[in-house]
Design a protein around this ligand. Structure first.
Ligand code: DC
Length: 224
């Protein structure tokens, strides 16, 4: 089957990662979670006590920072496996902050474009269809209501045995991150003109995955 690239953008907790992984399994593609790169940047800045608004120091730090996303979904920061540590709530908020800075974005975007030079990738993030892979053959804008995203996050935390926050607190945090990601000056989260919007509020994961596979099939003209 002819390989293509798939861009999946959308707000936090819309299920981008889960869906991307499943699409990759079905197509034999590799998932690139660009959010993990902003999370690594934020995590390292927190560790080193760098001000999250200091664009100069953060850009300089990134010059000496090695981030590796492995095909099996692990994230290595300067050789250390940080796959779990970068998912903590304080890192999520910090990632949203550092992602506002143009210097940080341009460095990470270059790396992302380099990674997806060959075809056969599903890349998820906020600016994939609009900036990073403008020529992706399939572009998805995956969204869901704040309430359903918060409920999914709550259930996921419960399943993973994490400290349980009230649903209302999770809702508030998601809404706050949405606002931050959609209203920043550089590459705000927005649907690309040629992206297909999928609202997953009332859909199962399997339905979302099948909708995306259908679009891929239409592009390649083959069975996916
Ligand atoms: O997808 P995520 O929640 O892991 O992303 C963490 C933060 O990184 C999110 O608040 C927005 C930012 N981000 C971004 O600005 N551009 C991307 N391509 C991916 C993530």
């Amino acid at each position: 089957m002819r390989k293509i690239n798939v861009a999946i953008d959308g707000p936090s907790a819309a299920g981008k990662s889960t869906v991307s992984k499943l699409v990759c399994e079905r197509l034999g593609y590799v998932h690139l979670d660009t959010g993990a790169m902003y999370r690594c940047t934020a995590y390292k800045a927190l560790q080193e006590g760098i001000d999250l608004t200091d664009e100069g120091r953060l850009t300089e730090m990134l010059g000496n920072t090695d981030i590796v996303l492995t095909p099996d979904g692990k994230v290595f920061l300067d050789g250390e496996d940080v796959s779990l540590k970068i998912r903590e709530d304080n890192v999520s908020m910090a990632a949203s902050k550092v992602s506002m800075l143009a210097g940080v974005r341009s460095e990470l975007v270059l790396r992302q474009q380099e990674m997806a030079k060959a075809k056969g990738f599903v890349m998820d993030g906020r600016d994939i269809g609009t900036v990073v892979l403008k020529d992706a053959e399939v572009k998805i804008y995956l969204t869901a209501s704040v309430e359903s995203r918060a409920l999914r996050r709550y259930k996921q935390n419960e399943k993973e045995g994490l400290v349980l926050q009230d649903l209302s607190v999770i809702e508030k945090e998601i809404a706050e991150r949405d606002y931050q990601d959609m209203h920043r000056e550089h590459s705000p989260l927005t649907k690309a003109a040629d992206a297909t919007e999928i609202d997953s509020s009332d859909m199962t994961i399997e339905e979302v995955v099948n909708a995306i596979l259908d679009l891929c099939r239409k592009q390649t003209g083959e069975d996916a």
